[in-house]
Design a protein around this ligand. Structure first.
Ligand code: TXA
Ligand code: MG
Length: 321
C-alpha cells in the first residue's frame, strides 16, 4: 500500500525523481507526474492501464506558467480562465513543442487546468514543471474522490498519496475547446454549462459530449462500476423487482419495500452540488454491496444534473445510446 499523508514536500520529492503520486483536487484525485518528462508520463499510462490514444490533462498554478507551454490563448479562453481558474474547468489550447506528444496523444492541442485545492496548488507552486494527471483510477472505473479510494485500487503501484480529504466537487472538470469563434464543450463536468454561457455566450456541444471524440466507443464502459448499472429502473424493472439483490442509487428520496442499506440518496434536498459530490463515492459503496446489479434514477437535467446524467449514462450497462 502507498504511504498516505498530507506532506507536500514528500510528494514533491517523488515527483522530482520522476515518480508518480496521487494528488487531491477539488474535482477528483489525480495520478500526477512531470508533464514534460516522457518517462514519467509513460509511467502514468502504465499504472492506469490507459490506452495511449487517450490524452492527459496538464495542471499548473498560474496563467503565466500556462503561457510557457501553450502557443495561443484565444480571447474567450482568457476570459474563461480569468473567471473560473482555479476551478473545475479544462481548456483545450494549442500546445508548444515542449509538451511531449505522449501527453496529448499526438494532438496539437493540450488540455490545461488550474485546479482549486490548497495542497495541489502549494505543490504546483513549488515545482518548475506542470503535472500531467488523469483521474487516479484504473482505466474505465469510477474516479476516486478520497485517498482511500485511490489506495484501494492503485495503492500497490504508487509510493505516495497526498491526502487532501474528500473532493469537494466530486465530478471531473468540464472540458472546453475553441473553434474559430465558437466555444465547444467536449466533456460535461463540475462547472455547469449555464455558468460558462454567462461569461462567453452560447456554447456548442460535441455530439454525445464525448470526452474523447476520436474513440467514443471506448467510453461505453467509462466511469463504470463492476456490477451492471441500469437507468430508468422503474420502466425496466417495476417498483420492487428483486429488491434484495439490487443496489439503488436515488436522487432525492428513499423508496419503500427495499432494504435501506441497499439504497443511497444523492441529495435529500435535491441539491445538484451535493448530488455530484456524493455520486462516485455512492457508486463505489453500492458496487461493494452483496448485490447483483445497481439501478440508478436520473436526476433532473439542470445545472450539474447534466454532468451527473452523462456519467450515469456512460456507467450504464444498456446497449441503447
Ligand atoms: O477533473 C479532472 O479533469 C481530473 C482532475 C484530476 O484534474 N482529471 C481527469 O482526467 O478527469 P482524465 O484523464 O480522467 O480525463 C481527461 C479527459 C480524457 O477523457 C481525454 O480524452 C480528454 O480529457 N482530453 C485530454 N486532452 C485532450 C485534447 N487535447 N483534446 C480532447 N480531449 C482531451
Ligand atoms: Mg478519468
Amino acid at each position: 500500500m502507498a504511504i498516505t499523508g498530507n506532506q507536500v514536500s514528500i510528494a514533491k520529492e517523488f515527483l522530482l525523481k520522476g515518480e508518480v503520486v496521487a494528488v487531491p483536487t477539488e474535482t477528483v484525485y489525480g495520478l500526477a507526474g512531470n508533464a514534460l518528462d516522457e518517462k514519467a508520463v509513460l509511467l502514468i499510462f502504465e499504472i492506469k492501464n490507459r490506452p495511449s490514444f487517450d490524452p492527459l490533462i496538464v495542471h499548473t498554478d498560474s496563467l503565466e506558467k500556462v503561457k510557457t507551454f501553450v502557443s495561443d490563448l484565444p480571447e474567450k479562453a482568457q476570459r474563461l480562465a480569468e473567471h473560473f481558474w482555479p476551478g473545475p474547468l479544462t481548456l483545450l489550447l494549442q500546445k508548444k513543442s515542449i509538451v511531449p506528444d505522449l501527453v496529448t496523444s499526438g494532438l496539437d492541442t493540450v488540455a490545461v487546468r488550474i485546479p482549486d485545492h490548497p495542497l495541489i496548488l502549494e505543490l504546483l507552486r513549488s515545482l518548475e514543471f506542470p503535472l500531467a494527471a488523469p483521474s487516479a483510477n484504473p482505466f474505465g472505473y469510477i474516479s476516486p474522490t478520497t485517498a482511500a479510494h485511490v489506495n484501494a485500487q492503485l495503492g500497490a503501484k504508487i509510493p505516495y498519496i497526498l491526502d487532501g480529504g474528500e473532493c469537494e466537487i466530486g465530478i471531473e472538470s468540464t472540458i472546453v475547446g475553441f473553434e474559430d469563434e465558437d466555444v465547444v464543450i467536449y466533456r460535461l463536468g463540475g462547472l455547469a454549462i449555464d455558468e460558462i454561457e454567462r461569461v462567453v455566450g452560447k456554447v456548442k456541444m460535441m455530439p454525445h459530449s464525448s470526452s474523447d471524440p476520436k474513440a467514443p466507443g471506448m467510453l461505453k464502459s467509462h466511469y463504470a462500476p463492476r456490477k451492471p448499472l441500469f437507468l430508468n429502473y422503474k420502466e425496466a424493472f417495476g417498483e420492487s423487482t428483486q429488491a434484495e439483490s439490487t443496489g439503488y442509487l436515488l436522487f432525492e428520496n428513499f423508496i419503500c419495500g427495499v432494504p435501506k442499506e441497499n439504497q443511497r440518496v444523492l441529495s435529500r434536498t435535491g441539491d445538484m452540488r451535493e448530488a455530484a459530490h456524493n455520486l462516485f463515492a455512492y457508486l463505489r459503496e453500492l458496487d461493494a454491496l452483496p448485490v447483483e446489479r445497481i439501478l440508478a434514477e436520473r436526476p433532473p437535467m439542470k445545472g450539474l444534473g447534466l454532468a451527473i446524467n452523462d456519467r450515469l449514462q456512460r456507467a450504464s450497462f444498456s446497449e441503447e445510446e
